[in-house]
Design a protein around this ligand. Sequence first.
Ligand code: XBP
Ligand code: MG
Length: 258
Amino acid sequence: MLRALVWDVDGTLAETEHDGHRVAFNQAFADEGLPWRWDEAVYAELLAITGGKERLRAWWQRVDPAGAASTGVAERIARLHARKTRHYLARVEAGAVGLRPGVRRLIAQARAAGLVQAIATTTSPDNVTALLAATLGTEATGWFACIGAGDVVPQKKPAPDIYHWVLARLGLRADECVAIEDSAAGVAAAQAAGLAVLVTRSRYSRAERLPPVLADLDGLGEPGAAMQAAAGRVAGRPWQGVVGLDELRDWLRNERRN
Ligand code: XBP
Ligand code: MG
């Protein structure tokens, strides 16, 4: 039985990487007088390393291996990342990052149906609460039974740690939950913890190779006058439509039958 939806944040709730994180990293570099600038192509590559501090360290090792090995680097990265977080929060609070189509609808539908909802993300906790408040209202944080974010676990996605952490807090089994993710790292983390995964590919993950998943779509879709169908593959077959709880339950039933 489907009891819970576990949402990823970056790329899934919103196009945060494009609208928020990349810009904020570049603003932090400029503040610190660093000659670094991450364009979209470089950033797409760097997204393979999840977590902002981890991404900064990997970049530093690539462009300045000696500097990256010097003393005080961890503090420098922490300071740079704190700056980046301030810029990111300012962008989110200014309304620069909106929810992807269908996210508001599916969260509301799950709430109305009494499903548990939770968050499993590598991004910093403040980024999550700010995004929820700016897009869904300040009360929205309370709609999630548990928010697993950032450094609460030692290993970020693709490791399953954050999903294990969330499942333990929810007191649910993996087969009672569906994860909603946008990227290969997120899919790997959720599947390694035993969850079925609905993929809504984001701007940066459109061309990623993914293992078989519950559904591999380009979004959730939106019904109504401005109908926006999601498209992709379900059980290996082309699918088009709007993702709601009925669809999710059908797909889970079929997957378990096969
Ligand atoms: C998202 C990330 C995050 C953000 C930055 O991965 O990798 O690190 O890019 O956030 P996922 P912080 O969607 O798989 O969780 O700078 O706060 O770490
Ligand atoms: Mg993501």
